[in-house]
Structure formats: C-alpha cells, structure tokens
Design a protein around this ligand. Structure first.
Ligand code: DOR
Ligand code: ZN
Length: 424
C-alpha cells in the first residue's frame, strides 16, 4: 500500500493537487490531505507531477529467437525507466506471432520475464485470415498488425485483394498497418542498388511510397468503417490523408507518430549513418515540422508511440544494404517529449493524451490511461523541471546504444508503479 502525497495529478483534461492512495493494484482513493494508514509507504511528491503510466502501442521487444538484441526483461526495464507501464509488442518476432502456438509461446515468455504489462499483436498473413477472428478474441491480443510493405522479419501482407477481406472480417478488432507500398519499394531497390550511402533509404522508401499505401488502405477501411490505425506516420502527405478522412467522418481511423520522425531529418544521416536507417525512413524538415504543427498541435495525431526496434552495434555498423532498420526509443521517448513540454511547445495535458489517454481509448483498455479511483495503479511520477542528459549509463536496452545519446532534455521519471507495485 502506498500513499502519494503533495503532487499534482495530471490527466488529459486537467490537473489538480491531490493525494493518491494505491491499494491492491488499484488507485483506491484520491483526495485532499489523505492520512497515511498503518503499513502504508508514503511517497512525498511535492513539486512533482503524477501522470498515468504511458502506453506504448508499438514496440519490438525481440526475445525468443532474437534475444541477443533485447529480451522481455531488458526491454520492459527500459520501458519503465521512461515512464511506460504498458507496451504492445509487434508480431514480426522470431517466430512470428501468427497462430495459436506462436501466441502461447510468446505469452509464456512474457509472463516469465516482462516487468510491465505487455500485450501482443498478431500478424496478418495471406494464410491465416481464417483463424484471425478466433485468435484476436484472446484478452492479451492488442490487435492485428499488417505489413503492407516489407520490413524487418518476413511478415508481408501486400496483396490488395486481401486487404478488403482483412478489414471487413475483423471490424471489431483494431488493425495497425505498416503502410509502405511493396511494389514501389522493389522498383526503387532495383533502381538504386549500386548506391551505398544510407541517405538513399529515404529515396527508396520516399514520401510517395508511404502515401500510396496509406491512401489505399484508408479507402478500404473507410468502406467498412474498420478500426484502422496508421503506424509510424512520417510524411505530410499521410497526415493530410488521415485528416481528410477524419473530416469525412471516419471516426474509427487513428494514427501514431514516433520520436525518430519528430526529432530527426535526412540531414542527420551525415552523423548517424546506418544507425538512422528505419522503416519508414526519416524525412525532410518540412515533413517533420508538419508532424509537429499540423499533426500534434492541430490534433490529427492520436498517439505518440516509439517503434522501439533494437539491433546490435555490429548489425548496425554494416554496409547500408546489410544493416537492419530500426532503433531503440522506448526509454528515451518520454523525456524527449517532456522537453517539449518544458519548452512550452506542448501542454502536460497533451503529453498525457498522446501517451496514455488516447492509446487506452483507441485500444479500448478501460482500466488505464487516467488517474482515477478504481483504475489500475499504473503511474509515473515526474520531476519536469530537472535538466536531464540522455547518457549510455542510463540506457537499459540490451542493444546498448541510442541515437539520442547526448541529447539535453528536461524531466526525470522518479517513481513508477505497475498495477500498484513500485517498480522504479
Ligand atoms: O525500422 C523498422 N524496424 N521498422 C519496422 O517496421 C520493423 C522494425 C524492426 O522490427 O526492426
Ligand atoms: Zn515497428
């Protein structure tokens, strides 16, 4: 049992100075001047902000056949150090999560090692459409992931005739898509195969490659009013497509942005080389600014997720064509965004909306995303005034590196509770 005293509780719709009592895994009481009960540990939160734990709807925690990059323990340890209390793991693991057997195998390993709550996606394949409706009934399945274009792993769902089937037969399940056009990627790969400068990545997978797939899948989703979620949106064109369909009344459409598209541009290849290689790639300054201004500030973007995708230094140090795509971020993402709050570019309420409230609402997790009596005690206590440098020492991911090393930020996560347990 814990009593958090003297802090300011922040939800997406406002803030108030309130004490918070945690009992039996839940937020049991919220009020003014609560008295500590016998056996209760009191946490002094004066001058601090009490936020609902973040829900990162897009992580690759590796483990099983890729545990040299990350495992569920190291990945979720990184998560809690960033104020994240729930993660949704992608299905492009080894083995891929595409049937009952691979799902059970993953969940068993999660139970053994994860230290925050972890739900999982199942991947759509041309061969598992018959079993998806049954598979997604599992309470720990967050949704379906469909790779419309290929990325790390071998999950590919690029047959457009099947997109209609997927979205019409799974209307009540959230379908998250990696929207890049496979045929355009293949054409460009052939065209630029002799170029080894990592910057070519942003040409091979250009804005048009993302826009083509995004527009097409949104059209299909709109037809069925399917629960469609555009993962890692990186371009102004996708943003305008999502905006257009939301304005047309497509309320089941949602989208996310990730830190690498908000904090890096193609100018950063000079310094970061293949470490910056990611799918979809980093874009121009114009795209980055559109994500902040038209995306986040104007409310088109629903969720800030990370696409945490660790690979080892040895893997990333290879030639462009061999280096895998992806970078870690589950730990760094919170403090990066909190720095924008500190700079006055984002309200603390908006931070909570993008990280906790909206993910819970869109993925229909009714027991979290808000600091309220009766909900799960998933809580992060932040000191938002504290200068904070991202250093290698602080990082918990097994991959041991970050493109954000050396970034001067503001905000420190000081305590984290997962279902009422103090894990940090
Ligand atoms: O860059 C990426 N890395 N994009 C993805 O879609 C997958 C991820 C990974 O698993 O490495
Ligand atoms: Zn991903």
């Amino acid at each position: 049992m814990f009593l958090i005293k003297g802090g300011v509780v922040v939800n997406h719709d406002g803030r108030k100075e309130l004490d918070v009592r945690i009992n039996d895994g839940l937020i049991s009481e919220i009020g003014h001047d609560l008295e500590a009960k016998e056996g209760e540990e009191v946490i002094n939160a004066a001058g601090k902000f009490i936020l609902p734990g973040a829900i990162d709807v897009h992580v690759h925690m590796r483990d099983l056949g890729a545990s040299h990059k990350e495992d569920y323990k190291t990945g979720t340890t990184a998560a809690i150090h960033g104020g994240v209390t729930t993660v949704f793991e992608m299905p492009n693991s080894n083995p891929p999560t595409i049937d009952q057997e691979s799902l059970e195998l993953k969940l068993k390993a999660v139970d053994e090692r994860a230290i925050c709550d972890m739900k999982v996606y199942v991947g759509a394949t041309p061969d598992n459409l018959d079993i998806l409706p049954e598979l997604t009934k599992h309470p720990r399945v967050a949704g379906i992931k469909a790779y419309l274009g290929s990325s790390t792993g071998n999950l590919l769902f690029d047959n457009k005739d099947l997109w209609d089937r997927l979205l019409s037969e799974n209307k009540d399940t959230l379908v998250a898509v990696h929207a890049e056009c496979e045929c355009m990627i293949n054409q460009n790969t052939e065209k630029f195969k002799d170029i080894h400068d990592p910057e070519i990545h942003s040409v091979i997978r250009g804005n048009d490659v993302a826009e083509a797939a995004t527009r097409k899948i949104i059209e299909v989703g709109f037809k069925h009013n399917a629960r469609l979620h555009i993962a890692h949106m990186s371009t102004k064109e996708e943003l305008f497509a999502v905006k257009e369909y939301k304005e047309k009344g497509y309320t089941n459409l949602s989208c996310e942005v990730c830190p690498h598209h908000l904090f890096f541009t193609t100018n950063d290849y000079d310094k970061l080389s293949t470490y910056l290689r990611v799918n979809p790639p980093v874009r121009s300054k114009e795209d980055r600014n559109a994500l902040w201004e038209d995306g986040i500030a104007l409310g088109v973007v629903d969720i800030y997720a990370t696409d945490h995708a660790p690979h080892t230094v040895e893997e990333k140090e290879q030639d462009y064509w061999k280096a895998p795509s992806g970078m870690p971020a589950v730990q760094e993402a919170g403090v990066l965004l909190m720095s924008k709050v500190h700079e006055g570019e984002l309200s603390l309420e908006k931070f909570v909306e993008l990280r906790s409230f909206k993910p819970a609402e869109i993925y229909r997790l009714e027991d979290r995303g808000y600091i309220k009596e009766g909900l799960r005690a998933d809580i992060a206590i932040w000191d938002i005034e504290k200068p904070f440098k991202i250093t290698k020492d602080w990082l918990k991911s097994k991959c041991g590196w970050s493109n954000y090393e050396g970034f001067d930020c503001f905000g420190e996560v000081q305590h984290v509770f997962v279902e009422g347990e103090k894990v940090l």
